[in-house]
Write a protein that binds this ligand. Structure first.
Ligand SMILES: Nc1nc2c(ncn2[C@@H]2O[C@H](COP(=O)(O)OP(=O)(O)OP(=O)(O)O)[C@@H](O)[C@H]2O)c(=O)[nH]1
Length: 306
């Protein structure tokens, strides 16, 4: 076939976002996609799974993968997350290594850069939260990081305020290979709704209980279906904790905390599903689940599912 058209070919690809906890990865994905997909919290390491956001335009489709924070594993769950993250880096078309402009270079960054040296994929250095620093500081950050790794591009942004995020998108497109539209244009994530629903509930628990409940909690959706007798979707979810003291905190005085968690989560879930929701929550104690890989699988942290 002699198809001598001057039209640009469609581009598409997978872009992995890595960085220390709390640098703003979820905020960036939400900023790009414009919907609350990745959950956000002030506490580090709220992202456990890869949450994909899909951005489709007339010229390209960018599939963003929020990779769980790469860090030195302390227990089985950390080890498992690290493996998932490292595998991801080899498979994607582009890696965004995000740093927080306000925090100095640390051992966490050093660890990530060591990991990056083992992959062929091009890497952008994305300096986030530039709304919080003086431009002069930016120059010295750029100088410092330039010497550490051969970054394909260095892009300063503010994910929160949207500064320079358009330019970053443009540069991402330039690095993507020609490819098909993997997802329909109106699809913003390929995660099952159940997963997003469980993350919305987990987010409320973490926000409302502040430092009192650790990140090791999990939320398992046991049932999610439309009730025959009403328009509502019935969601049943268990919040899994490691100690009964944590159970007490989550339930609160006369159930007040659990009630508040449920109320806030329900509103978000209704928004997500576009339907009224009947949400039933309970708290379950399961000791030391983080170290039990078999239980991780039960809770849905399955490598082959990503
Ligand atoms: N000032 C400012 N704050 C930001 C910016 N981007 C993110 N934040 C804040 O930084 C905090 C952490 O953001 P997240 O998006 O949850 O960070 P994350 O990298 O996904 O965190 P993990 O899930 O722990 O890996 C939140 O309080 C955000 O509001 C930014 O550009 N400027």
């Amino acid at each position: 076939m002699h198809n001598q058209t001057s039209e640009q070919k469609y581009k598409s690809g997978f872009v992995s976002i890595i960085g220390r906890p709390n640098v703003g990865k979820s905020t960036y994905i939400n900023q790009v996609i414009g919907q609350k997909i990745a959950i956000m919290s002030d506490k580090p390491q709220t992202t456990r799974n890869k949450v994909q956001g899909v951005l489709t335009t007339n010229e390209a489709q960018i599939i963003l993968i929020d990779t769980p924070g790469i860090h030195k594993p302390k227990h089985k769950l950390g080890d498992f997350m690290m493996r998932v993250a490292t595998n991801t880096l080899r498979e994607v078309d582009l890696i965004l290594f995000m740093i927080n402009a306000v925090e100095g270079y640390g051992r966490g960054d050093e660890f990530i850069i060591e990991k990056l040296k083992g992959v062929q994929t091009p890497v952008f250095l994305v300096i986030n939260k530039i709304d919080q620093i003086h431009p002069d500081q930016l120059l010295s950050i750029i100088e410092q990081y330039k010497g550490l790794y051969n970054f394909a591009e260095i892009v300063p942004i503010s994910a929160l305020e949207g500064q320079n995020t358009d330019r970053l998108l443009q540069q991402i497109k330039e690095y993507l290979p020609e490819g098909p539209q993997y997802y329909p244009a109106d699809q913003v994530t390929d995660h099952p709704e159940r997963f997003i629903v469980s993350e919305l509930i987990r987010e409320k628990v973490l926000h409302l209980t502040r430092e009192e409940v650790p990140h090791s909690i999990a939320v398992v959706i046991e049932k999610m279906q439309k009730r025959e007798d009403s328009e509502k979707i019935h969601v049943m979810a268990a919040i899994i904790v490691e100690r009964s003291s944590q159970k007490g905190i989550i339930i609160g005085k006369q159930g007040s905390m659990l009630k508040e968690i449920g109320k806030r989560a329900r509103l978000d879930i209704e928004n997500l599903l576009g339907s009224k929701v009947y949400l039933e929550l309970w708290v379950k104690v399961q000791k030391d689940w983080r170290n039990k890989v078999t239980q991780l699988r039960d809770f849905g942290f399955r490598e082959d599912e990503y």
